[in-house]
Write a protein that binds this ligand. Structure first.
Ligand SMILES: [Zn+2]
Length: 485
């Protein structure tokens, strides 16, 4: 009987898979993911070696368009035999690499199947700003924001993009960025994991056919992403910016779609968001190739909720504490700030209190209600340890239960800034002696380290260590790293 059931269901399963390209793309993603790009801080040399191997691929054309200010090659990969030119460019801001990684996943897919771009010739410029990528910073080597240089064209990177668009007369363009992980979807606690914009081409924000087509494509991309990150798509601010590339591309006649990759819970290297880029961009190419976007309406685009900027990594609600004899009850907004190593290849987190007060209009990726808990500053363990080896053998859970959030070490190497343990370290080599007679500091202060305890009935229930929650109640340690001060 069960066999019959499966037999009956089979045609439906096959039908739905062939109908929904995006579903297939999502399911088979792991076999196309470019495994050499796994963290966001990859460099031009990583991309160059992948481009070199693409030169050997049939149907892939790799062209060097020019060089960045510091002399790094900027390349374009062209694929397809159709008449409609589509241009995609990523990482014009050096610290916005999510779509660059997705583009290399897309290459792996197109090596095996190009049927979905049948009527197109697709041109990709991955990593338009390799100098910015080297220092993981937004701007180029002389500090120009390439996205404010579309008219002045003072940077070689900007001229390369403009000349390429002009020579191709690209009918469609994808301007691929990352946005702050603190953007949320308006009036929602959900992050704007992907935001879209069909940029305006004038201050009046008129909608002509070129901009309208970009809106229709976005309307369909939105529907696809909703299936994998429901409620997590926002619409980016459409104020006209006369210096920006998206706005000018639209003006020059290319239907331009801005894609912004934001944040997603527990995805610090944005690998799930990269997968969403892969699914949405390949689907969009098929939508353009088949002119499927003509079925979408402008209203579908305009009904995508707007972006807002009201998210924190951790929000602590109703925290009670005392200072100078007064009692306060506040919410805390805590951010996990990325501190990089010298060569911009890795980072650790510094948990900071970024806002204090009534944050009822704000949200957290994670939230903790402290209304029935008591605030307590963390203490430093009184015994001074000789070295880091001794530290590693400590029972951190017991120390936290006893109220300790940091340990002093005598011989801690200066260069160590963090550890993977749920405990901060005071490096006695570096410690500052506080000034006498200074007004005591508030135990909760803007910009101060987010490390403290929350007690109930005189027992520690939660420790916030470097902005991350260690729950003794559920025995859950979410601390990504402690810091060395
Ligand atoms: Zn950007």
């Amino acid at each position: 009987m069960f066999k019959h059931l499966i037999f009956l269901l089979l045609p439906f399963i096959c039908f739905s898979q062939s109908k929904d390209l995006h579903h297939d793309l999502f399911q088979s993603y792991d076999s196309f993911k470019e495994s050499s790009l796994e963290i966001r801080r990859f460099k031009h040399s990583d991309v160059t070696s992948l481009l070199d191997s693409l030169k050997k691929e049939k149907d892939f054309e790799v062209t060097i368009l020019g060089r960045s200010i510091q002399g790094r090659n900027i390349s374009m990969v062209s694929i397809g035999k159709g008449d409609i030119n589509v241009l995609l460019w990523s990482q014009m801001h050096g610290d916005e690499p999510t779509a660059t990684a997705a583009i290399f996943d897309i290459f792996n897919y197109l090596k095996t199947d190009q049927s979905l771009i049948e009527n197109l010739k697709v041109h990709f410029i991955p990593m338009l700003n390799p100098d910015g990528a080297a220092s993981f910073s937004r701007r180029n080597a002389i500090g120009i924001d390439i996205n404010r240089d579309a008219v002045a064209l003072q940077s070689p990177e900007s001229r390369i993009l403009k000349n390429t668009r002009d020579s191709l007369q690209a009918k469609f363009g994808f301007n691929l960025h990352d946005q702050s992980k603190y953007y949320n979807v308006r009036k929602s606690e959900k992050p704007a994991t992907i935001s879209f914009l069909a940029p305006a081409f004038n201050y009046e924000k008129d909608i002509n056919e070129i901009r309208g087509n970009a809106m229709r494509i976005i309307a369909q991309m939105n529907q696809i992403i909703q299936g994998y990150a429901r409620g997590q798509v926002g619409r980016y601010n459409d104020e006209f910016e006369p210096r920006a590339f998206g706005d000018n591309m639209q003006k020059w006649g290319t239907s331009t779609i801005l894609v912004e990759s934001g944040g997603y819970l527990d995805d610090p290297e944005k690998q799930f968001i990269r997968k969403l880029n892969y699914v949405a961009l390949l689907s969009a190419l098929q939508i353009i190739s088949t002119e499927g976007y003509k079925n979408a309406t402008l209203d579908q685009y305009l009904s995508i909720p707007k972006n807002d900027h009201k998210l924190y990594d951790l929000k602590i609600e109703n925290l009670k504490f005392s200072y100078l004899g007064m009692d306060f009850e506040v919410d805390l907004g805590i951010q996990h700030i990325e501190k990089e190593n010298k060569d911009h290849s890795a980072f650790y987190y510094l948990g900071k209190i970024s806002d204090i007060g009534d944050l009822s209009t704000h949200y957290g990726y994670k939230a903790l209600d402290a209304h029935d808990l008591t605030f307590k500053s963390g203490e430093t363990y009184p015994k001074i340890l000789e070295d880091f080896e001794a530290f590693k053998t400590l029972d951190f859970e017991s120390l936290i239960r006893e109220g300790y959030t940091s340990v002093s070490i005598n011989n801690m190497p200066e260069e160590v800034k963090f550890t993977s343990y749920p405990m901060n370290i005071m490096n006695l080599e570096k410690i500052r002696i506080p000034k006498n007679n200074a007004m005591p500091k508030s135990p909760v202060a803007l910009g101060s380290d987010a490390t403290f305890l929350l007690k109930k009935d005189d027992k520690v229930v939660y420790a916030v260590i470097n902005g991350f929650v260690y729950s003794l109640k559920d025995n859950e340690n979410e601390v990504r790293n402690g810091i060395v001060k």
